[in-house]
Design a protein around this ligand. Structure first.
Ligand code: GLP
Length: 248
């Protein structure tokens, strides 16, 4: 895994965006799996600017869903669905009907819903870029600490840390119990995995990701063994790292 440390979150978001654009330019029909949450929002804004300036052609890319809170859909502010449609797919002018494949967190059978998206991922030939925010506990999507390495897609009970941290996304208190997610097996099979994190509050989990044991106890650490794994962080998130890493 290559580690790129930038002076601030804006520079880190630009650097990660440049890497994404480089990959899409090489493969204009790339399959993209982008996280919601707060961390990627500046990357999304950069991509939208590039699209509006005609600096990138996204007419052939496909977006597949990474995760969603069980029970939520577009109508709940803070759902992954609303975040990604409003902050990314719609402003980018993506063909929502044919080129976006998103989990329905309100499906009555969430397990079947997870397999529906997994089938689409497979039909599309797998994921080219997984852009993943790192949770405070090291989760990727909703692959919580201890997640099954063989899971391709499924339902995962939310870790207490995720329930607590998750409150930041919502206006009202919600009783969230599970996440629907692509599994570690599918994510780690992506051609490129780009991890992102910023700010000092993520410094501990970044240290565990980079310098701790490679183990599903910290799912983000598993990307260290990926042939095309990247970690884009700002100085705050890098604060506890020893050793020499590329600065940007
Ligand atoms: C959330 C989501 C992830 C997200 C991560 C980090 O709970 N399940 O998909 O990437 O946690 O979120 P943030 O970027 O807001 O720190």
């Amino acid at each position: 895994m290559k580690i790129i440390i930038s002076k601030n979150h804006a520079a880190s978001s630009q650097a990660a965006c440049n890497k994404i654009v480089e990959i899409i330019n090489e493969k204009p029909d790339a399959v993209l799996c982008f996280a919601g949450g707060e961390t990627p929002l500046e990357i999304f804004q950069n991509l939208i600017k590039m699209k509006n300036n005609d600096d990138i052609d996204l007419s052939s890319v496909h977006f597949v869903s990474l995760d969603e809170w069980g029970g939520l859909g577009y109508d709940t502010k803070g759902s992954t669905n609303q975040t990604l449609y409003d902050a990314l797919y719609t402003p980018l002018g993506i063909d929502l009907e044919n080129n976006v494949h998103f989990f329905d967190g309100k499906a009555t059978d969430l397990q079947a819903e997870s397999q529906r998206i997994l089938t689409i991922v497979k039909e599309l030939g797998g994921i080219d870029i997984s852009l993943l925010g790192i949770g405070m506990n090291g989760h990727l999507g909703f692959n919580e600490p201890g997640a099954d390495l063989e899971l391709e897609a499924g339902i995962i009970p939310l870790d207490p840390v995720t329930k607590e941290v998750g409150k930041k996304y919502f206006d009202t208190e919600l009783d969230l119990k599970v996440g629907i997610t692509l599994g570690l097996k599918t994510l780690l099979a992506s051609k490129h995995v780009i991890l992102i994190a910023n700010a000092e509050k993520k410094a501990e989990i970044i240290k565990a990701t980079v310098e701790g044991e490679v183990s599903n106890a910290v799912p983000s650490s598993l990307v260290r063994n990926h042939a095309s794994g990247y970690l884009y962080i700002d100085k705050g998130a890098a604060k506890l790292l020893g050793g020499h890493h590329e600065n940007n």
